[in-house]
Design a protein around this ligand. Structure first.
Ligand code: C5P
Length: 226
């Protein structure tokens, strides 16, 4: 089973207002569709997006980061082991400490909101291990995340961006991380680098998100076969 998170999360201040991230969900949905087309069972845990469920993919719709983690971890328990965990969601790092009911009136002057840190969905899932009796092995055979970094004009900041992405790879227990330039946010063709834990940076040729998704699926399949 391939477990994929996608889309933004929403962190509500009250029943109407929320904090969120800019994310169309297209990359995660494309990855889910490509994995399914390659014959894998796919569970897609998705924040609010305006995209239809890819054919043959089970979509679990959630709103907040906490819900995303609960839903995804619940699927891992059901499935026992999992082949791939791919964190493509743009999860909000923070949420308001309290969610007010209804829609409190605006009031005069600035609004102070206390934010608390959200769980790291991918790091939590990727760090899960089977009980010791079953060898204490990792739940997932392969874990991959996405890092959106400023690459800067003429890739001046590429080395620093790679270092930050590799730091995330370590912290989040990942086998690989996909580095994306913030500059290509929302663009049809993104600049994408594949950073495997055990290997050098590889730049993909310019291609659509759908093509990136197919490339990632075959690369991950190859890693699983090793
Ligand atoms: O730390 P940063 O947000 O740049 O890391 C990006 C990766 O971590 C993505 O794969 C994203 O899906 C995942 N992530 C997560 N939960 C968070 C923050 C990030 O799953 N709270």
């Amino acid at each position: 089973m391939w477990l994929i998170t996608a889309g933004p999360t929403r962190e509500h201040l009250d029943d109407v207002r929320f904090l969120s991230n800019a994310s169309s969900g297209r990359m995660g949905y494309a990855l889910a569709a490509a994995a399914r087309e390659a014959g894998h069972e796919v569970v897609l845990v998705s924040g609010p997006v305006d995209l239809p469920a890819p054919a043959g993919v089970e979509v679990v719709r959630v709103t907040s980061a906490s819900e995303m983690l609960r839903a995804a971890a619940g699927r891992l328990d059901d499935a026992g082991r999992c082949d791939v965990i791919a964190g493509v969601a743009a999860v909000c790092d923070f949420r308001p400490r309290v969610r007010q009911p209804g829609k409190p009136p605006k009031g005069a002057g600035p609004l102070q909101v206390e934010l608390v840190e959200n769980p790291d969905v991918l790091a939590t899932l990727a760090g899960l291990r089977l009980p010791r009796g079953e060898g204490g092995a990792r739940f997932a055979r392969f874990t991959v995340g996405f890092a959106l970094e400023v690459l800067g004009p003429a890739d001046l900041d590429l080395e620093a961006a790679e270092a930050r992405a590799r730091d995330k790879l370590e912290r989040k227990h990942l086998d690989a991380i996909v580095l994306n330039g913030v500059e290509t946010l929302g663009a049809a063709v993104a600049r994408v680098f594949w950073l495997p834990r055990k290997g050098a940076r590889f730049e993909l040729p310019p291609m659509t998100k759908e093509a990136v998704a197919r490339w990632l699926v075959s690369t991950i399949e190859h890693e699983l076969d090793e």
